[in-house]
Ligand binder design. Structure first.
Ligand code: HPA
Length: 279
């Protein structure tokens, strides 16, 4: 059976053999943000297609590779590209890389995405810390019998995103002079973009940014007991009173332009976490 614990254990065993030092930090990047995975020296790079049990990635702007690397003594595993519901993947496939990371004993996960701004105070190319999320996909990777070895039946979501990691990002951003936002990410299934009425609705329910990823991975990570950090790269800002067309090419181009800054922020955050003994 695909995406079971047995498969995650097998995939983790395959990956473990590829590196001398087991990773303690996981990173998942998305649309146009593969460069954000350039944290340190890449030691081993594997296309998704060469990893047993991995789904096939079809999303545009995503290369689909696992990168092992090391950054100031911290070994990490980064996914360049991810799996989305809109590709037709079931929720368990979307969350599968998180389960593999769990089986590798990775305790800290950073999820990044490209997102549309809903908060009228936001600007393109800004980075937003996910303070929280709203799962509007109608799906959940925890549906079905609970895998007790992975986590509890009813995981607490009162603090899904780790506060100490948020603080580390905030101080890293200050050092690097990178303006930072903090807000709520609304996860939709996509792939069609938001109508002006939907933008108004999302604002009303308290969302600051919107995208088609992250929430299902976050649910698996919380279930797994990981320390979780979420970062959105705001590629465009919706104005429902003056709607303007948006294309995937625009989103990818903006994400690509800002990815090195996001990589610098993640790098500085991990260096701090390591220095504080949190990794
Ligand atoms: N909507 C959904 N996903 C996105 C957007 C958007 O406006 N921008 C980047 N990813």
């Amino acid at each position: 059976m695909a995406y079971t614990r047995q498969q995650a254990v097998r995939t983790a065993a395959f990956l473990r053999k590829k590196v001398a030092k087991p990773p303690t930090v996981g990173l998942i990047t998305g649309t146009g943000l593969g460069a954000a995975a350039r944290l340190g020296d890449p030691l081993t790079v594997l296309p998704f297609s060469e990893i047993p049990g991995f789904p096939a990635s079809t999303a545009p702007g995503q290369t689909g590779r696992v990168v092992f690397g090391e950054l100031s003594g911290t070994a990490f595993l980064a996914l360049k590209g991810r799996f989305h519901l809109y590709e037709g993947h079931p929720p368990a496939a979307v969350a599968f890389p998180v389960r593999v990371m769990q089986e590798l004993d990775i305790g800290t996960l950073i999820v990044v995405n490209a997102a549309g701004g809903l908060n009228p105070g936001f600007f393109p190319q800004e980075i937003m810390i996910l303070a929280d999320h709203i799962n509007l996909t109608g799906k959940n990777p925890l549906t079905g019998p609970n895998e007790a070895a992975w986590g509890v039946r009813f995981p607490d979501m009162s603090q899904a995103y780790d506060r100490s990691l948020m603080r580390a990002v905030e101080s890293a951003a200050q050092t690097l002079n990178i303006p930072l936002r903090k807000g709520v990410y609304a996860g939709l299934p996509g792939p069609s973009l938001e109508t002006p009425a939907e933008v108004r609705f999302l604002r009303t329910i308290g969302a600051d940014a919107v995208g088609f990823s992250t929430v299902l991975e976050a649910l698996a990570a919380v279930h797994a007991g990981m320390r979780l950090l979420g970062l959105s790269l705001i590629t465009n800002v919706h104005d429902p009173d003056h709607p303007s067309p948006l294309t995937a090419e625009q989103v990818i181009a903006t994400a690509k332009a800002a990815a090195p800054r996001l990589a610098a922020l993640i790098r500085e955050t991990l260096v701090r976490e390591k220095a504080h003994g949190s990794l």
